[in-house]
Design a protein. Structure first.
Length: 374
C-alpha cells in the first residue's frame, strides 16, 4: 500500500511507434518496484461466443469497439482509490478471455499502454499524464513487419494486408486524432532518446513530490497520535515507503552508551542476530560512529567482523541503509533499512529516508516524554 494516490499515465501512439520504449524509460527512471504496467490489449472483448473460424475474419482489433473500455475505466478508478484489481488475461490465439487473472495493486505509477489509450474520453479523464509517441507511417510499417515476422511467425504479405485493411485506416480514424489530447508528444525515433528521458524525469519529479507531501502529512499525524505506539508506527511507515524487507529503529542512550530494545517491522522474514550483540558492537554502533551508511551490497565496504555476524548469515541481507538519528548534536538511535535483493539507493530514496529519520528521532523524543518521569 502506498501513502499517496497512484499517478496514472496513458501512453498511446501508432503500432510499433515506440510506446514500449517510452514505458521502459519511465520504469528505469522511477524504478521497477514503483511502476505497474496495464496493457490495454488485455481488455479485448471475449469472443468465445463467435465461431472460431470467424473470429479473426470478422473482428477489427484496431477499432475501439473491440475493447472492454468500461472495465478498464472501472479498474483505474479502483486503483486510484487505493484498491487492488484483477485484470483480465487475453488469449490472442483463440481470441478469448482466460479464466486466470492478474492481480494489480496500487503503485506509485500506473501506466496504461495501447494504441487507443488516448482515444477514450472516459479513460482520458482518469489519467494524470497523457503521452503520445509519434513516428512516421513508413517507419511504423517497417517496424511492424520486422516485429511480426520475427516474433509472431507472420508472413510479410499477411502483415501488409492487415496493415492496409485495418491498421492504417483505424490509425487515421482514431489513433492519430487522439494525439491532440496529449500533454507530451514525443518522437519514437531512436535518435530522440533525450525526449523520452525528459518526460521520464518529469514523472519522477512528480512522484517524488507526491511521496514527500504524503509522508509529511502521515508522519505529522503519527507523531500527534498515541506516544506508546509511535515508534512502531514510524517503523512500519518507513518499511512501506522504501519497500524494505525489514526496518529497525534501534534507540541509543548516549549517556549510558547503550542500545535499548529495538522496534522492528519485518515484511517477510524475522530480524537477524545483529541486535542481540553486546553494547557498542555491531552495525548499530558502526552507524552511530560513522553517520549514514549506504551499502548497495552489504558484503562490501564494511569491517570483516561485521560482515560475518549472524545478521548477514541468517537474514540473507543483500543491501542495507543505516541512518544515525540525532536530536541536536546528540545521537539518539539508528534507523536500519534491510533488503534481501540487491538494491541501488538513489537520491530520491535518500530524500525519503532523511524525512523518515527525522520522524524516527522525533518518535524517540515523544516516547521519552510520555515515559514515567520523562
Amino acid at each position: 500500500m502506498i501513502s499517496h494516490r497512484p499517478y496514472v499515465i496513458g501512453i498511446a501512439g501508432g503500432t510499433a511507434s515506440g510506446k514500449t520504449t517510452m514505458t521502459n524509460t519511465i520504469v528505469r527512471t522511477v524504478g521497477p518496484s514503483r511502476v505497474v504496467i496495464i496493457a490495454y490489449d488485455s481488455y479485448y472483448k471475449d469472443l468465445s461466443h463467435v465461431p472460431l473460424a470467424e473470429r479473426l475474419l470478422t473482428t477489427n482489433f484496431d477499432h475501439p469497439d473491440s475493447l472492454d473500455t468500461p472495465l478498464l475505466a472501472e479498474h483505474l478508478r479502483q486503483l486510484r482509490r487505493g484498491e487492488a484489481v484483477e485484470t483480465p488475461t487475453y488469449d490472442f490465439v483463440t481470441c478469448t478471455r482466460l479464466a486466470a487473472t492478474r492481480l494489480v495493486e496500487p503503485c506509485d505509477v500506473i501506466i496504461v499502454d495501447g494504441i487507443l489509450a488516448l482515444a477514450s474520453e472516459e479513460l482520458r479523464g482518469l489519467y494524470d499524464l497523457k503521452i503520445f509517441v509519434d513516428l512516421s507511417a513508413d517507419e511504423r510499417l517497417l517496424r511492424r513487419i520486422e516485429r511480426d515476422v520475427r516474433e509472431r511467425q507472420r508472413t510479410i504479405e499477411s502483415v501488409i494486408a492487415q496493415y492496409r485493411q485495418t491498421v492504417r485506416p483505424m490509425h487515421d480514424q482514431f489513433v492519430e486524432p487522439s494525439k491532440r489530447f496529449a500533454d507530451f508528444i514525443v518522437s519514437g525515433e531512436t535518435t530522440q532518446s533525450h525526449a523520452l528521458e525528459t518526460v521520464a524525469g518529469h514523472v519522477r519529479a512528480r512522484i517524488l513530490s507526491a511521496r514527500l507531501d504524503a509522508l509529511q502529512q502521515i508522519g505529522a499525524a503519527l507523531l500527534a497520535a498515541d506516544p506508546t505506539t509511535v515508534k512502531n508506527d514510524i517503523v512500519r511507515l518507513a518499511a512501506q515507503e522504501l519497500l524494505a524487507d525489514t526496518v529497525t529503529l534501534h534507540q541509543y542512550d548516549a549517556g549510558r552508551g547503550e542500545f535499548l530494545a529495538p522496534a522492528t517491522f519485518s515484511a517477510s522474514w524475522p530480524p537477524g542476530g545483529e541486535m542481540a550483540l553486546p553494547r557498542r558492537q555491531g552495525l548499530s554502533a558502526y552507524v552511530i560512529a560513522h553517520g549514514t551508511v549506504v551499502v548497495p551490497d552489504a558484503t562490501n565496504d564494511l569491517p570483516p567482523d561485521l560482515v560475518q555476524t549472524a545478521h548477514f548469515r541468517a537474514s540473507g541481507t543483500q543491501a542495507f541503509v543505516g541512518m544515525r538519528l540525532q536530536q541536536g548534536e546528540t545521537p539518539v538511535g539508528v534507523l536500519f533499512f534491510n533488503f534481501r535483493s540487491p538494491r541501488a539507493f538513489g537520491p530520491d530514496d535518500v530524500a525519503i529516508a532523511g524525512i523518515l529519520a527525522t520522524y524516527a528521532a522525533a518518535a524517540i523524543a515523544r516516547g521519552r516524554q510520555s515515559a514515567p518521569g520523562g
